[in-house]
Design a protein around this ligand. Structure first.
Ligand code: MN3
Length: 217
């Protein structure tokens, strides 16, 4: 997976927790302040710490301080925790207090090319995100090789996704993302999410992908 580095998530040799781009209560009524606070300050922070710990173990193996067999588990831990850090960093910027418009410009064209229409995109998004078994993500991204838009249901933070998938928009469907307000009604959370999407920021990320303009024509 790749994503644009338009936010800080790494500094001075360590993964770091980026600040929220808005106040914890700014997403009301979509998300309450308690959900946003716990999600960012505890869940996201734990993935940052886990990524640093796993990276440290890999470094210690390289330095001969730990046995080689420690590397395998650490690499899987890194995939999980760093995947969580990357996806949460994007999640906070996939939604906005000012969100909710429809996609414009080259992104609107790409959505039409890939899904037929914005309504088609919404149908596939709901199907993919609602259908993720257990914990995971509904993610819009750009496919490698063909450079078309695709919706992907990622399990946990790193499973059922392919290398080189360029992330544009991420919806967290772990229960901790929505349970306080929506309980087990993931579908209601997804409906509310779609009304809160920051399409302007998503279009900027799309424009940042090197083949976006070629695809739009
Ligand atoms: Mn989460």
């Amino acid at each position: 997976m790749n994503t644009e580095c338009s936010y800080k998530g790494f500094a001075e040799g360590r993964y770091t927790l980026p600040d929220l781009p808005y106040d914890v209560s700014a997403l009301e009524p979509f998300l309450d302040a308690e959900t946003v606070t716990i999600h960012h300050d505890r869940h996201h922070a734990a993935y940052v710490e886990g990524a640093n710990n796993a990276a440290r173990i890999l470094q210690l193996v390289a330095e001969g301080e730990l046995e080689e067999n420690a590397a395998s588990v650490a690499s899987q831990q890194l995939a999980f925790h760093l995947g969580g850090h990357i996806l949460h960093s994007l999640y906070w910027r996939s939604i906005s207090p000012q969100g909710g418009q429809q996609p414009q410009g080259v992104l609107a064209t790409a959505i039409k090319n890939a899904f037929g229409s914005y309504a088609g995109f919404e149908k596939v998004f709901r199907g993919v995100a609602a259908g993720v078994q257990g914990s995971g993500w509904g993610v819009l991204g750009v496919l490698p090789m063909c450079h078309r838009l695709c919706l992907c249901g990622i399990r946990n933070h790193q499973d059922a996704v392919f290398p080189g998938f360029k992330l544009l928009l991420a919806c967290d469907v772990w229960e901790h993302a929505y349970y306080l307000r929506y309980h087990n009604n993931r579908a209601a959370y997804l409906t509310a999410f779609l009304k809160q999407v920051d399409w302007e920021g998503t279009e900027k990320r799309y424009e940042g992908t090197c083949h976006s303009k070629a695809q739009a024509h």
